[in-house]
Design a protein around this ligand. Structure first.
Ligand SMILES: Cc1cc2nc3c(=O)[nH]c(=O)nc-3n(C[C@H](O)[C@H](O)[C@H](O)COP(=O)(O)OP(=O)(O)OC[C@H]3O[C@@H](n4cnc5c(N)ncnc54)[C@H](O)[C@@H]3O)c2cc1C
Length: 292
């Protein structure tokens, strides 16, 4: 099996933030055997590794990543009865649109979430009224310390608000099965349009990772806390706290990861000072999260 490992590949081209330096090693993978081979390669060199999907929830350092970044390219999707099984690189929006054509819904809320279904399971992605965990049946994974894929259910995944057990492991999610509901395609279309309308009113368009910080509880939201701490419009270099939604830290075009992190740290400090609340980033900051 041939592994196409490249060196010093700019990670900015694979993230929605469009920032980040080079990966020391970088390789695409189209099946689990390639992922397994790449993981062995990284282990043999004693270096860190990780897999990315859409790059919509990662923030890589300007210095880059000192190990192997695997770009997930497994993208088959199969509908069986009211369930769908999607390889982990299938984009969430594609999953919603393709299943809608078969009159299967219940997941319209995911239509505007960028990124892959693997990334969505990793972070239990969702919108206020639905998260991946609500429709999750099982996933096939390559466990951290095993050479054989296994199937795991919700108990294993320990889903919670924007998190799962996968954040504590190096397991790799290979495919995901979700349960859907019989819904006429026309109704799904209307639901998706409602989500689009709501999102256009609330959220800015541009380079970001979506919400930067998790909501600390039901209320107040991270966006409200940041707004009330006077952070809207604040800038560091090319990074800016959105005027439209305070929990969006935007790359206005020329931001570095250092700009984004310096601004996020200022936001974090102001909220801590005013409300004594420590916000937790939702985005995965790599290779090291400065907030812990
Ligand atoms: C404009 C915008 C709007 C957004 N709106 C929302 C929203 O409404 N709700 C929401 O929840 N999120 C939202 N997000 C965040 C993001 O889209 C989700 O977190 C998404 O699920 C990330 O998927 P990804 O493939 O891009 O993950 P990546 O960014 O590629 O990776 C994120 C993390 O998941 C891990 N990972 C990815 N694939 C796998 C795999 N196969 N196996 C194991 N680990 C894996 C990576 O190692 C990394 O740690 C938004 C982002 C943007 C840019």
């Amino acid at each position: 099996m041939e592994l196409k490992v490249q060196t010093n590949v700019a990670l900015s081209q694979f993230t929605t933030y469009r920032t980040g330096g080079p990966a020391r090693f970088f390789a695409p993978a189209r099946n689990w055997q390639q992922i397994f081979g790449l993981r062995e390669f990284a282990k043999s060199k004693g270096m860190p590794y990780l897999i990315i999907g859409g790059g919509s929830n990662v923030l890589f350092a300007d210095e880059g990543y000192p190990g192997l970044v695997i770009l997930n390219q497994m993208d088959k999707l199969r509908i069986h009865g009211k369930n769908v099984t999607a390889d982990s690189a299938v984009s969430i929006s594609k999953l919603v649109l393709l299943t809608a054509k078969h009159n299967l819904g219940g997941v319209s809320g995911f239509a505007l979430i960028p990124g892959s279904i693997g990334g969505a399971v990793y972070g239990n992605a969702g919108v206020p009224d639905i998260s991946i965990s609500d429709v999750f049946v099982h996933a096939e994974i390559l466990p951290e310390n095993s050479d054989t894929p296994i199937i795991v259910g919700s108990d294993y995944c320990k889903f919670d608000y924007r998190t799962s057990h996968f954040k504590d492991t190096k397991d790799i999610i290979l495919n995901v099965t979700l349960k859907l509901k019989s819904t006429p395609a026309a109704i799904i279309k209307t639901e998706i349009n409602q989500y689009i309308k709501a999102r256009t009113i609330k959220q800015p368009i541009g380079l970001s990772c979506g919400s930067f910080f998790k909501n600390p509880g039901q209320f107040p939201s991270a966006g409200w806390l940041i707004d009330q701490s006077g952070c809207k419009g604040m800038e560091v270099g090319g990074a800016q706290v959105s005027e439209k939604h305070a929990n969006f830290i935007m790359n206005t075009g020329k931001a570095s990861t250092a700009d984004i992190l310096e601004l996020a740290m200022e936001v974090y400090n102001r909220v801590e000072e005013k409300y004594n609340i420590n916000l937790e980033p939702e985005v995965q900051i790599l290779p090291k999260n400065p907030f812990i």
